[in-house]
Design a protein around this ligand. Structure first.
Ligand code: ADP
Ligand code: MG
Length: 253
């Protein structure tokens, strides 16, 4: 298969008899931004959790860059370059922005995070400069010494994205990156994700906001009731009556 980075093959996942995922087949190509959309409870987060090893599929498998991820631990999958930016910001609120980004930069360099290494290397110019560069790139350069906990909600998401990028992902998985953001923060995040896309990074993005999805996605998979009901380009998905039906009572597509 040409340039397929992520391949989800015939994945099933049930929770106590509830079919959260049924017959899921999905391929993501190198450099592609693939959006997964669908109403609440459709199975989007479950699918992402299967990809990062937080959940094990009942059957089927997930292949990343030719390697079967099924049965691997989340940290092993992460070390392969699969990075998820979580639905709830996971930052260290009492540390500065710079320290928050230095931790994954250091972990990437040394293979795993150990506090004593952090102390030993924290003054190192190279790690500091790299971390500063990432923060500046994401428009957070003027806050590097501030406590992360003091940031606005939108800026916390941006910091979390910085922490994800610090891991130099080969595949970035984003779960609702603009959830809870005001429109201007959403637009800034779209611009940011477009810039990341221009660098060729492969992304899977779960998103409820259709403006975000249609601004960024090359391809879209629509989930409903744990099944993919439609897959295609944004234009194809927009035109598909099954998608409108799945969203009835939710929001306009
Ligand atoms: P989405 O992210 O699309 O809103 P989820 O993947 O979170 O949907 O959930 C899909 C379905 O699986 C829902 O019906 C949800 O209640 C159920 N579900 C998700 N996680 C669990 C779990 N850990 N235990 C039991 N049911 C779950
Ligand atoms: Mg979800």
């Amino acid at each position: 298969m040409d340039n397929v980075v992520l391949h989800v093959a015939d994945v099933q996942k049930s929770f106590a008899g509830l079919h959260a995922l049924s017959d899921i087949d999905l391929s993501v190509k190198e450099g592609e931004t693939h959006a997964i959309i669908g109403p609440n409870g459709a199975g989007k987060s479950t699918l992402l959790n299967v990809c990062i090893g937080r959940l094990r599929p009942d059957s089927g498998h997930v292949v990343f860059d030719g390697e079967n991820l099924t049965g691997k631990q989340p940290h092993e999958i992460n070390q392969l370059g699969v990075v998820r930016v979580f639905q709830t910001p996971e930052i260290f609120p009492e540390l500065s922005l710079l320290e928050n980004v230095m931790i994954p930069v250091l972990a990437k360099r040394d293979g795993s995070f150990k506090l004593r290494w952090f102390r030993r290397f924290s003054a190192e110019k190279e790690i500091r400069q790299k971390s500063e560069g990432i923060l500046e790139d994401l428009g957070l350069g003027s806050f590097i010494g501030s406590e992360a906990g003091s940031l606005s909600r939108g800026d916390k998401r941006r910091l979390e994205l910085a922490m994800g990028l610090a891991q130099e992902p080969r595949l970035l998985l984003l779960d609702e990156p603009t959830a809870g953001m005001a429109r201007h923060d959403t637009n800034a995040t779209i611009d940011l994700l477009k810039r990341i896309k221009a660098r060729g990074m492969t992304k899977v993005i779960i998103e409820h906001d259709m403006h975000v999805v249609f601004s960024l996605a090359d391809r879209i998979s629509v989930l409903a009731g744990g099944r993919i009901i439609c897959q295609g380009t944004p234009e194809e998905v927009k035109a598909d009556p099954r998608v409108k039906e799945a969203y009835l009572g939710e929001e306009q597509v």
